[in-house]
Design a protein around this ligand. Structure first.
Ligand SMILES: NC(=O)c1ccc[n+]([C@@H]2O[C@H](COP(=O)([O-])OP(=O)(O)OC[C@H]3O[C@@H](n4cnc5c(N)ncnc54)[C@H](OP(=O)(O)O)[C@@H]3O)[C@@H](O)[C@H]2O)c1
Length: 374
């Protein structure tokens, strides 16, 4: 297993981290299959994985609880634990302490090595600042309950820059995979954060599993080239030197075994020419499958009414091509935008259309996007 230094924290982490959001269940999401999960987590740690990522809300709290059980018998000392504060459940500063103390109890530990504000975005970051979350985190660091302080992120690159610049974060967690080079923080955000010394933890390297089950047209490309999508998609992320660690959400022991094998073959500059070629074709095919040919050039902006046209098209394309959990995520991101930026705020003035190099019928499509996410 390769280990990389997680930015300015100086901490050495395995390139593969265990994302504990998609654990095996016996029924409902909170019914985590504890025996299977403990077996998977301990196997991963025995093979050199030293970073486990959870959150207050995963599996309705049972992700943290089962991790706490798995880390008995000496396993806690062999791995770093990361978990996240559900910022939308914080109404007053005392809530930070209440939630953190509950998480420590669930995890059966006296400290959390990496503590993140969960899903920071334009809509909740100002509130966190007003509550002086930084002073709270520094107190929790001084009393030893948390180690490194960071945030996870799903919003645009410009919002990402603002958040990175606003505080001396140790690390951040961003969505990144071969179809998201220019989505959310994207490659620009990855480089920006790394250049500022933040450790960069990657989530959704398989786009929540959708890259493992591609549409027929994409599957055919992988098959013709003779490659499996999962190992190549993971290797694509590890090829980036700015990436500190890749979290994989694994739901079976076989996936854990396969991804550990892949991690052993991973590294910067280790993608073959054949892999690079098929990745390019796959990326182009996903683009082709997107219903709105927006390239996010931004020529349409500024909209006189404030609508963020490229972001609305991006969310609509993603929700349409990838289906599954992307639909929920895109809907949430749409409703996380300020009302004036949403497609529904389009006044159909057509001002933008003359400026669009792709000649997209923006006003008409904004109506469809607005209805789609309504
Ligand atoms: N902070 C946030 O807002 C946030 C958001 C998302 C994720 N995260 C964290 O980041 C972690 C990683 O994200 P993710 O879970 O979305 O990762 P991902 O790797 O993009 O997707 C995980 C899914 O990919 C499939 N998969 C994994 N390995 C496979 C293999 N070898 N062969 C076939 N399919 C495979 C599984 O799907 P099936 O279960 O369908 O088999 C698995 O559930 C999460 O677990 C969580 O800890 C955080």
């Amino acid at each position: 297993m390769e280990y990389r230094t997680l930015g300015k924290t100086g901490i050495r982490v395995s390139v593969l981290g265990f994302g504990a959001m998609r654990l095996p269940v016996t029924g409902q999401p909170h019914e985590v299959d504890e025996d299977a999960t403990i077996d998977m987590l301990r196997y991963a740690i025995d093979q050199g994985v030293n970073y486990i990522d959870s959150a207050y809300v995963y599996h309705d709290g049972h992700s943290e609880i089962v991790i706490g059980k798995a880390l008995q018998d000496g396993y806690r000392a062999k791995t770093y634990v990361a978990t996240k504060c559900p910022v939308w459940m914080v109404d007053q500063t005392a809530d930070f302490d209440r939630l953190l103390n509950e998480q420590l109890a669930r995890l059966q530990t006296d400290h959390i090595d990496f503590y993140l504000l969960h899903c920071l975005q334009q809509g909740n970051w100002p509130r966190m600042q007003q509550m002086d979350v930084a002073s709270w985190a520094e107190r929790a660091q001084r009393d030893g309950r948390i180690g490194q302080f960071g945030f996870s992120f799903h919003d645009s690159f410009s919002v990402f820059q603002d958040i990175v610049d606003a505080y001396d974060w140790g690390f951040c967690q961003i969505q990144y995979n071969l179809v998201n080079e220019n989505v959310q923080a994207g490659t620009a955000g990855l480089k920006y954060a790394a250049a500022k010394g933040l450790g960069v933890v990657i989530m959704e390297p398989l786009f929540g599993g959708t890259l493992a089950n591609p549409p027929d047209a994409v599957r055919q490309l992988w098959e013709e080239a003779g490659y499996q999508p999962v190992p190549v998609a993971l290797r694509w992320v590890w090829d980036r030197p700015e990436v500190s660690l890749v979290l994989s959400g694994m739901s079976t022991r076989a996936q854990v075994e396969q991804n550990i094998e892949t991690a052993r073959e991973a590294g910067v500059g280790r993608l073959t020419d054949g892999e690079r070629a098929v990745i390019r074709r796959v990326q182009e095919k996903y683009e082709e499958l997107s219903p709105i040919p927006c390239t996010k050039c931004g020529y349409c902006l500024p909209c006189p009414h404030g609508v963020d046209i490229p972001v609305n098209f991006e969310l609509y394309n993603e929700a349409t091509v990838f289906q599954g959990s992307s639909v929920v995520l895109c809907r949430n991101l749409y409703h996380g935008l300020p009302e004036s930026q949403r497609a529904a705020a389009c006044a159909a003035c057509h001002t933008c259309e003359d400026r669009c190099p792709q000649k997209i019928e923006i006003s008409r499509l904004m109506g469809e996007v607005g209805k789609h996410f309504a």
